[in-house]
Design a protein around this ligand. Structure first.
Ligand SMILES: [Zn+2]
Length: 709
């Protein structure tokens, strides 16, 4: 064949292949041919029927003439499909609706869809089937990420398609309804339904759309730059409002200043919801977070909302204002949000705290890396540990490399030059090199491409903190005999005490009971430092008699971790003090999962001599904690204790069936494995068989399948 002919054929093959690719890949061809500009939607939510219906009006611009376009719509029914107000032909394959029309290049169209759906993902209906007399939390909330919002509203799963979205939500009266954007007005549609009209003024990806509805109140703050911050809470939690949202305004003002670009949306709302699948989700201007973060002042010392609060807020720039082109660039979301959250925590809790976080995550990353499982930050399938923490580490190292001023300039330009648009890692690197006037190739190689974690570089950076040096000095003594290191440990417990160094010293005393060790414990107790005292409660094996009264004093500490550990250990070692120990802790509930209260009930139940006439009431309280209307953390804790007691009632067995089908997959997995354990035993198989006829149809079907296995 002549070279020319060969070349001709080659061209032909290439041309043919690209047509074939375009035909096979409707996402790509739609991307090239259609620009979605705006979505105006009216969504009616029917929480008791767990269904939605609505109308969506899409404004689209046609870039190249086509004869159909699609909109993602999972398991929806359509009653009317119009293009420019004229009925259009369409096909619906259960995942997408294809609208057929001669769409002409350079022309704008309005595509309107009337739909209904019964979403099983992305929109969750909490407790609407509860009997009226039960006062339980009733909510509806959405979770769009990954690509799930098309389960409740026709929309674009492609996260690079950004459009202006205005939601009008119709919901029964008596509830607060929140969605992205600014609330323009509330209109009463009839005696029982109110329409909530929200409006956005910048485009966003569909996965960031959100609705939350429930029995909420809110308080509004204003940022230093006059952005309205609305903090939602349920009326029953009003006393927990302050500790839950502590430092919110400081975090907002700090991040806006540190990032150097004005907060990109009209307002910022935060809404806690029950049984949330994650810690938080950064929907545009509308963060939804788990109500396990609704805490009192005592719990604040143990685990609080500060990190998640800052992380989701940082996403409003990193992820929402500039959005990754694909998951190869996912660290541009999670690494950045984590890094800026660490900086916000540094502002709130101080520099040692920041270095402590860096240190802890370096330990985890090093372990992963040493086990051969290290991942490149650009690996689209990397783990959360890599995207979040290695990503944050990469930024920490980059800032050290180019200096804070250049780093900050790069961040500002990266955001401003790509505002409301799509970004890649190259966009960011380009700005860094421009601002710092140098190449960062070696950083790109070591921190983005390399799968191993750069342990020695990280260590060098950590050693800039005097506190980390001290800490490592003490941690290095772990294998040293106590008699040799006792002076050094004593120094770590002498004021001014660093909590982390002091805790490390206490962990190293564990198992010692010499007079010198007891002296150190005494010193730590007397410090009145909550975290040191917590370290004693968690790590001590055997409580020396000389420390008994000090140890009992832990029951009054401002930490639910301390109280739970102290109660359990004191009771195990001094059963003769049971009545006293229970009296000391009778009013403590603990976290949302009632960690202290349930333990208290259990101790009562196995010590009937203390309060014989109340045993039944205590058992009922424990047993009722598995109810399907309660928060999943509490239910899980109660189910775990009932398993240990081997005391499931038929109601508990029913509750276990419902939780094994729960939308929160972590909780569901826990319940499924517990149920599987029970079904290995003949007695429980029989009990379930007896229950069969009293179950609702969903549970019946589920159980039948389980029993067949
Ligand atoms: Zn995140």
């Amino acid at each position: 064949m002549s070279p020319l002919m060969k070349q001709f054929l080659l061209l032909f093959v290439i041309a043919f292949t690209s047509i074939a690719v375009a035909q096979e890949n409707p996402d790509l061809s739609q991307k090239l041919n259609v620009d979605f500009l705006q979505l105006d939607a009216e969504v009616s939510i029917f929480p008791r029927a767990e269904s939605v219906s609505g109308n969506t009006l899409f404004k689209v611009q046609i870039l190249n003439s086509i004869d159909s376009l699609f909109i993602d719509a999972k398991k929806m029914e359509f009653s009317e499909v119009l293009v420019n107000n004229i009925k259009a032909k369409y096909s619906n394959d259960g995942t997408r609706i294809w609208i057929k029309n001669k769409f002409k290049k350079g022309t704008n169209y309005e595509v309107s869809l009337s739909y209904k759906a019964k979403p099983t993902r992305a929109m969750y209906f909490i407790n609407w089937d509860a009997p009226k007399e039960l006062e339980v939390t009733k909510q509806v909330w959405t979770q769009g990420q990954g690509r799930d919002n098309s389960n409740w509203i026709p929309s674009l799963d492609d996260l690079t398609e950004k459009l202006l979205i205005n939601l009008r939500v119709n919901f029964e009266n008596g509830y607060e309804v929140v969605a992205n954007g600014i609330l323009q007005e509330k209109v009463s549609l009839n005696d029982s339904i109110t329409q909530w009209k929200y409006k956005m003024d910048h485009p966003m990806s569909s996965y960031l759309m959100a609705i939350a509805a429930g029995d909420y109140s809110y308080r509004s703050l204003e940022s230093a730059t006059k952005v309205s911050l609305s903090l939602y809470f349920q009326s029953k939690d009003s006393l927990k409002f302050e500790p839950t949202y502590r430092h919110s305004q400081k975090i907002f003002d700090f991040l806006e200043k540190e990032i150097g670009v004005a907060y990109p949306w009209q307002n910022y709302k935060q809404i806690p919801v029950q049984d949330f699948i994650f810690s938080g989700m950064e929907n545009t201007g509308t963060t939804i977070f788990s109500n396990t973060f609704i805490i009192d002042s005592t719990a604040f010392n143990d685990e609080n909302y500060v990190f998640v609060n800052a992380h989701e807020l940082a996403h409003q720039w990193f992820g929402n204002m500039v959005t990754e082109k694909n998951s190869q660039n996912h660290w541009l979301h999670e690494g950045f949000a984590t890094y800026y959250a660490w900086l916000a925590e540094k502002e709130v809790f101080g520099e040692d705290y920041y270095y402590w976080k860096l240190f802890q995550s370096a330990e985890q990353l090093k372990e992963l890396s040493d086990s051969g499982k290290g991942e490149s930050l650009l690996n689209p399938k990397a783990s959360s540990l890599t995207f979040y923490q290695k990503g944050a580490w990469a930024l920490h190292m980059l800032k050290e490399l180019v200096g804070k001023e250049n780093f900050d300039t790069a961040i500002k330009n990266y955001l401003n030059n790509n505002a409301y648009s799509i970004v890649t890692t190259e966009n960011f690197i380009e700005e860094v090199e421009k601002a710092s006037k140098r190449s960062v190739d070696s950083w790109v190689q070591d921190w983005l491409h390399q799968s191993a974690f750069q342990g020695s570089e990280a260590l060098e950076s950590l050693q800039r903190s005097a506190f980390i040096k001290d800490y490592m000095g003490v941690a290095a003594l772990r294998e040293t005999p106590f008699s040799i290191k006792k002076e050094l440990l004593s120094k770590a417990l002498t004021k001014p005490i660093n909590e982390y160094v002091g805790q490390e010293a206490i962990f190293q005393i564990s198992g010692e009971n010499s007079p010198a060790a007891i002296d150190l414990y005494k010193k730590a107790f007397a410090s009145n430092n909550i975290m040191l005292r917590q370290a004693i409660a968690v790590s001590i094996d055997k409580i020396p008699l000389e420390l008994k009264s000090d140890f009992f004093s832990l029951l009054k500490d401002e930490s639910y971790i301390t109280i739970e550990n102290a109660l359990l250990k004191a009771w195990l070692q001094f059963p003769e003090e049971t009545a006293y120990l229970l009296e000391q802790t009778k009013d403590v509930q603990g976290f949302q999962n009632k960690n202290v209260r349930l333990l208290w009930l259990i101790i009562n139940l196995v010590s009937p001599e203390v309060d014989p006439e109340l045993s039944k009431a205590y058992f009922n309280e424990l047993s009722q904690s598995t109810s399907k209307y309660l928060p999943s953390g509490l239910r899980q804790n109660a189910l775990g204790y009932l398993y240990q007691l081997n005391a499931f009632t038929s109601d508990n067995l029913k509750d276990l069936l419902s939780c094994a089908q729960h939308p929160n997959y972590r909780f569901k997995n826990y319940c499924t494995s517990l149920l599987d354990q029970l079904l290995l035993k003949e007695e429980y198989r029989l009990q379930y068989a007896e229950l069969h006829d009293t179950l609702n149809s969903t549970d019946k079907e589920f159980l039948t399948k389980k029993l067949e296995n």
